[in-house]
Write a protein that binds this ligand. Structure first.
Ligand SMILES: Nc1ncnc2c1ncn2[C@@H]1O[C@H](COP(=O)(O)OP(=O)(O)O)[C@@H](O)[C@H]1O
Ligand SMILES: [Mg+2]
Length: 281
């Protein structure tokens, strides 16, 4: 059963359209990964699906209801979001920030209940941030801070979790720990995960479904075999990739790649810029 889908959404800033006519179903209780080059519209799509920004036309539907018409607390009980560059947190402690994840359940003038404290502790535990529970966020490393943000999203206890590049700032081991944690939440608790990842090998390893975006449009959507292949990567990133098999997971991996010679994206842009300048003379 599909709970969340977009129907022909267009999203833009001011006059310019950044995401065009996207109709996509997010598989329920699966891990979906969005990939694509810088600036192609991944964060914009994620923000529109979570109502952080409004789409201009089309619709985003969750449980049969247009999300623009949904009550904020109800929406926040259904989906949590970790943005790419979370807002400033100056002065807050780890525990305080994670407790913000409980806001959809707030009653009684915002007082936290026993259940709230239990969930906060659980979120701190699984993200390994318990040791600095009372420390100021500002006094943490980038990687520690990232895990605290993830803890806040988990504390919201939603069935759908969106994360925009959640492995940024993390070392290799912590990247894997975060992805394995999300996988565990998916497998054991049936949570739907939608995330943007840059690392294609991690995308292939963890995703059930991959959405490949280019210039605000879907180039391909499907399982890792459908998307992590030479043709799609050429189209997406303008690279010549050699794809092999991960000997441990048997998933596709990009072993090595080269930029496609003589027609890199930048050269193409420079050429068309030069042509347009020449045409003006
Ligand atoms: N708040 C904004 N105002 C105007 N343009 C924006 C804004 N946010 C993003 N953009 C533009 O929209 C395009 C897509 O951005 P984004 O969705 O952040 O890409 P990605 O996440 O794939 O790197 C880019 O050209 C970016 O400059
Ligand atoms: Mg982004």
């Amino acid at each position: 059963m599909v709970r969340l889908y977009t129907d022909g959404i267009n999203i833009g800033y001011d006059e310019s359209l950044v995401v065009e006519d996207i109709s996509i179903e997010i598989p329920n209780k699966k891990i979906t990964v969005i990939i694509g080059s810088n600036g192609c519209g991944k964060s914009t799509l994620l923000k529109a699906m979570t109502r952080i920004i409004k789409h201009q036309s089309g619709s985003v539907v969750l449980d049969g209801k247009n999300i623009l018409k949904e009550n904020t607390k109800i929406l926040a009980k259904k989906m949590a979001v970790l943005l790419q560059t979370p807002e400033c947190t100056s002065g807050l402690t780890v525990c305080e920030l994670v407790s913000y994840g409980r806001f959809p359940y707030e009653k009684d003038f915002g007082r936290l209940t026993k259940k709230d404290y239990e969930v906060i502790d659980w979120a701190l535990e699984v993200t390994e941030t318990k040791d600095f529970k009372f420390r100021a966020i500002d006094a943490l490393s980038g990687g520690q801070r990232q895990r605290v943000w993830i803890a806040m999203a988990l504390a919201q206890e939603t069935e759908i979790i969106f994360l925009d590049e959640p492995t940024t700032y993390l070392d290799m081991a912590h990247q894997l720990e975060v992805l394995e944690l999300l996988q565990k939440l998916n497998v054991e608790q049936g949570r739907t995960i939608v995330m943007v990842l840059h690392d294609l090998n991690q995308a292939a390893r963890f995703a059930d479904y991959i959405i490949a975006l280019k210039d605000g449009k879907i180039v391909k959507a499907g399982n890792c075999e459908d998307v992590i292949n030479q043709n799609v990567l050429k189209e997406l990133f303008h690279i010549d990739a050699e794809i092999g098999r991960d000997p441990r997971t048997n998933k596709p991996i990009c072993i090595t790649y080269n930029l496609l010679k003589g027609e890199s994206k930048n050269e193409k842009n420079i050429n068309s810029y030069a042509t347009s300048i020449c045409a003006n003379f």
